[in-house]
Design a protein around this ligand. Structure first.
Ligand code: NAD
Ligand code: WQD
Length: 340
């Protein structure tokens, strides 16, 4: 029996593959390397001592996916594979809808035909938009996200709910807040392909001198220091939540529909300037920055109430912002060393 991990060589996927192997799951990865690199497979093996089975193809290729399901006894899927750049999704909306939704539907077709259950979906706090109340729990009303990327997440959730209801299947929607950090071995982390959009990769590259200055998008928000607030969750903690969610889903021996939804965050909000300061003090390195205008589409504040995950999955975030940011710096040093 095996777990299919799509996008398993990507940032969150690779960390989750390690945790799955550590928990004795057999892992099959499908990843087309559109936003990842093959050396990550080798590094997973170096960390765990096991090399997962890896298929390098695009999930939109139904016939290849069908062969993977024929070849293995798959009992569940964690579906990380998606395009995730918010700005790019506005420029290439159809590519985003096609990639993120067709690949999801292709897997669900296999699940339907073969009567497989246990599906975990990478969703995002973006489905809440700017919530009226903090912290954000799972009952907070959803708002259709502004970005095409965000819409693919909300639509993905709807597709899965319909799937679960029609085929009495078990699904779990994990709504991540802002994942950061790298593996303690420094062998896995977020691969900065091009100019990073997200805060922490940009901070990392600024500290390393690859970027001259961080642009802080707005200091006129109604927050203590005027910069926007997010909930930064350590990626290994996040990876462990997937194992907990998978085990919980698999333990539910039911013929009825199961739709589990969990917010995954730390429960604590940090401002942009707090992240910059925490990075500087954790790593004793300077991060030059300038204050700029707000970035279009940004919200003021979002942080999670993750009590449900603690109650039902016995999971909670364990790693501080500073500890996570230390791992980011070690990862940057590793990336530098690979160039030499
Ligand atoms: P990532 O880009 O590092 O990983 C995604 C992986 O999927 C990549 O390795 C890519 O090559 C692969 N992939 C993409 N489309 C594919 C396809 N059609 N066929 C096969 N492989 C494909 O992204 P990540 O940060 O690890 O995010 C994983 C998931 O979590 C995504 O669904 C993302 O939308 C979601 N998510 C991410 C964040 C975040 O800030 N990183 C936050 C919330 C939700
Ligand atoms: C965090 C804060 C920026 C870069 C995005 C997606 C969301 C989810 C997580 C996947 C904001 C500020 C950033 C910079 C800055 N992804 N910032 N200078 O915007 O919360 O969410 O990633 O689902 O869908 O929209 O994350 O890391 O881009 O920004 O000042 O160079 O840092 O304005 O306040 P965000 P982020």
């Amino acid at each position: 029996m095996a777990i299919l991990v799509t996008g398993g060589l990507g940032y969150i996927g690779s960390h989750t593959v390690v945790e799955l192997i550590n928990n004795n799951f057999e892992v099959i990865i499908v990843d087309d390397l559109s936003n990842s690199e093959k050396f990550i497979l080798h590094n997973i093996e170096e960390i765990t001592g096991k090399r997962p089975i890896f298929y390098p193809f695009d999930l939109k290729r139904k016939e290849l996916l069908n062969q993977v399901f024929d070849a293995h006894d798959i009992e569940g899927c964690i579906n990380f594979a998606a395009f995730k750049a918010v700005g790019e999704s506005q420029e290439k909306p159809i590519d985003y809808y096609e990639n993120n939704l067709f690949s999801l539907i292709n897997i669900l077709q296999e699940f339907k035909t073969r009567k497989i259950s246990n599906f975990i979906f990478s969703s995002s706090c973006t489905v809440y938009g700017q919530a009226d109340k903090m912290p954000i729990d799972e009952n907070t009303p959803l708002k259709m996200p502004e970005s095409v990327y965000g819409k693919t997440k909300q639509m993905g959730e709807e597709i899965l709910k319909d799937f679960a209801q029609s085929y009495k299947s078990k699904i779990c929607l994990l709504r991540y807040f802002n994942p950061i950090g790298a593996h303690p071995s420094a062998l896995l982390g977020e691969l900065p392909i091009g100019v990073p959009n997200n805060l922490v990769p940009y901070v990392m590259q600024t500290a390393a001198g690859i970027r001259e200055k961080l642009s802080v998008w707005g200091n006129d928000y109604p927050t203590e220091d005027g910069t926007a607030i997010r909930d930064y969750i350590y990626v290994v903690d996040l990876a462990k939540a997937h194992v907990a969610a998978l085990k919980s889903l698999m333990n539910k021996e039911t013929e009825e529909t199961v739709i589990d939804v969990y917010n995954l965050g730390t429960g604590k909000g940090s401002s942009v300037l707090e992240v910059v300061q925490a990075f500087e003090s954790a790593n004793e390195v300077a991060v030059p920055y300038q204050i700029c205008n707000r970035r279009e589409g940004d919200i003021t504040i979002a942080y999670a109430n993750a009590d449900k995950a603690e109650r039902e999955l016995n999971w909670k975030s364990a790693t501080s912002l500073e500890e996570s940011l230390k791992t980011v710096w070690e990862w940057q040093k590793y990336l530098e060393s690979r160039k030499n």
